[in-house]
Design a protein around this ligand. Structure first.
Ligand code: ATP
Length: 366
């Protein structure tokens, strides 16, 4: 196991088809240090540089500038094979003609490990990953989830100092993906190998990570624990990227003691005003997660007025899309499936185009 340190890493690619100002793409001036044994997730929209960064750590790509350290060792000039990292990709890349056991043991065999040690290690890993009944099968006789576990097993078998995983679950269907994600987390807790995991899925990032690195167009936007990233996003990009449905952003203005949102005035706690450093008559964007808005009876003070535009039943909760009256802003609310019964006669309340009264749980404002 080992820490991983990136010091001012950049990788420039030249795009001949792009506009002159967008010619240089890639990643720019990335620095962070992952302590030994932690699970970090690199997340961000497509093209933000996640895979490039992972490939630079693996030694499959060369940085234009900057340094990569694995433990205390500067590895810029160390070839991929000698970096002591194991990488798992989205397409599991198992050897199709070998059995599961042979796939797991191949790396050790190549290194000349003793047969009895290989065989014991294969059993241990297969048990850990719950593939011990599949050892004689060929990859094509396995489900996607089982193949992915074999790919992970093959990586573990190398006892690397660092695990690099590039969207390893994206080929799995939803149920399997959730199960494998939970197993991956458990696995990390058992083996404790420093892990860097790339995904564009914010749920995966939130559930797996000790720390998340949010990247955008080649830059680091924010590094933090899942809770910090969710509750204290540094800007609008992070706020709207992390969370499903995304954080609502709606325009408001501050007037001595209250906020004007659409047609309504909402009196606000002086502490929040201090925290937001708002000045009188200042316009700002209010960011509120869908679960911190609720539907309340019409006469509730300090509430907003909105028109109901759509209702999506998600099972455990219901997603409402509403438009704040007096604005063109549409926002999402996550409410109880019984929301309409809680405030009045359901069929009348649930009619699209109806006006609803909405309350903000202001303790969640940042
Ligand atoms: P995705 O989630 O779609 O896989 P990503 O965040 O992993 O995206 P990268 O694959 O790291 O993004 O690519 C970052 C940027 O660098 C993109 O704009 C990509 O087009 C560009 N890029 C990556 N590899 C090359 C290359 N070999 N030549 C030119 N441009 C490249």
């Amino acid at each position: 196991m080992s820490s991983v340190k990136l010091d001012r890493i950049s990788r420039k690619f030249t795009s001949t088809t792009a506009q002159p100002e967008q010619r240089f793409i890639g990643i720019d001036d990335i620095s962070f240090e992952i302590p030994d044994g932690e699970f970090w997730v690199l997340v961000g929209p497509s093209g933000c540089g996640k895979s490039t960064l992972l490939r630079i750590i693996a030694g499959l790509e060369t940085a234009t500038s900057g340094s990569v350290y694995i433990g205390d060792r500067l590895v810029n000039k160390v070839p991929a094979r000698q970096r002591d990292v194991a990488m798992v990709f989205q397409n599991y890349a198992l050897y199709p003609h070998m059995t599961v056991a042979e796939n797991l043991g191949f790396g050790m065999q190549m290194r000349g490990t003793d047969r009895s040690i290989i065989s014991r290690r294969i059993q241990e890993i297969a048990k850990l990953l719950k593939i011990d009944t599949l050892l004689d099968r060929k990859p094509k006789q396995l489900s996607g989830g089982q193949q992915q576990r074999v790919a992970l097993g093959r990586a573990i078998a190398r006892s690397p100092q660092v695990f690099l995983l590039d969207e390893p679950l994206s080929n799995l269907d939803t149920g399997l993906r959730d199960d494998t994600r939970a197993e991956l987390k458990q696995l990390h807790q058992q083996v404790g190998i420093t892990t860097i995991y790339v995904t564009h899925d914010c749920v995966e990032a939130m559930t797996l990570a000790d720390r998340i690195v949010v990247l955008d167009r080649g830059y680091i936007k924010q590094i933090g624990t899942p809770t910090e990233i969710y509750h204290r996003p540094i800007d609008r990009m992070v706020a709207t990227f992390m969370g499903t449905p995304p954080m609502n952003i709606f325009p408001a203005s501050y007037h001595d003691g209250y906020w004007q949102i659409g047609e309504r005035q909402i009196s606000c706690d002086p502490d929040i005003i201090d925290r937001l450093r708002l000045r009188d008559r200042q316009g700002f964007n209010l960011g509120i997660r869908p679960e911190y808005l609720s539907i309340v009876p019409d006469d509730t003070p300090n509430s907003l007025l909105a028109t109901l535009e759509s209702i999506e039943t998600l099972g455990r909760e219901t997603l409402l899309k509403v438009q704040i009256v007096g604005t063109s802003t549409q926002i999402n609310l996550l409410v109880s499936p019984y929301w309409s019964q809680q405030i009045g006669e359901p069929r009348a309340v649930e009619r699209l185009g109806n006006q609803l009264t909405i309350q903000i749980a202001t303790e969640w404002l940042f």
